[in-house]
Write a protein that binds this ligand. Structure first.
Ligand SMILES: C[S@@+](CC[C@H](N)C(=O)[O-])C[C@H]1O[C@@H](n2cnc3c(N)ncnc32)[C@H](O)[C@@H]1O
Length: 138
């Protein structure tokens, strides 16, 4: 698990969940680099916080660091096409107000992955508002 050093300096929730023997907690800056040689990089509700430049930087770091057959797995809301009501829309405004984030359409994710040297290979809807997007090196 990677988060900023000041965030992981004290991670009581993980201790309470009794999972620290099954994971390594790493302090770092994902926009600079991510741990090397992982089979999968799970990025859940993180890209939505960031504009395209930073989101691409994170995905590019994963693409550069991953094992040969590695994958990037993004768990996030997708902005649906059309004008029907969707939970994604107020979140899009919230992300815009918060930083330069956004909720992305499938086409926008395809472009983002491609800009990072990745190919979006699968999108799996879930019962939650989130979808699972899978990417491999292009
Ligand atoms: C929206 S939260 C993640 C939510 C969580 N994955 C979930 O699904 O509940 C975004 C996280 O990114 C971390 N973060 C922000 N900037 C970062 C950076 N440059 N490097 C690593 N982690 C960062 C924040 O500290 C925060 O924990």
């Amino acid at each position: 698990m990677l988060d900023l050093p000041q965030v992981v300096a004290d991670a009581p929730a993980l201790d309470e969940a009794q999972v620290t023997d099954r994971c390594q907690v790493i302090g770092g800056d994902m926009l600079a680099s991510v741990p090397a040689d992982a089979d999968a990089y799970l990025i859940k509700r993180v890209l939505m916080d960031w504009g395209n430049n930073d989101a691409t930087a994170l995905l590019r770091n994963c693409a550069a660091a991953m094992a040969k057959e590695g994958k990037v797995i993004v768990v996030e809301m997708l902005m649906p096409a059309g004008n029907d009501p969707s939970q994604a829309k107020p979140f899009d405004i919230l992300m815009l107000l918060n930083q330069s984030g956004r909720i992305r359409t499938e086409a926008e994710f395809r472009e983002l992955f491609a800009a990072a040297g990745l190919r979006l290979t699968r999108i799996i809807p879930t019962a939650s508002p989130n979808s699972i997007l899978e990417g491999i090196r292009a």
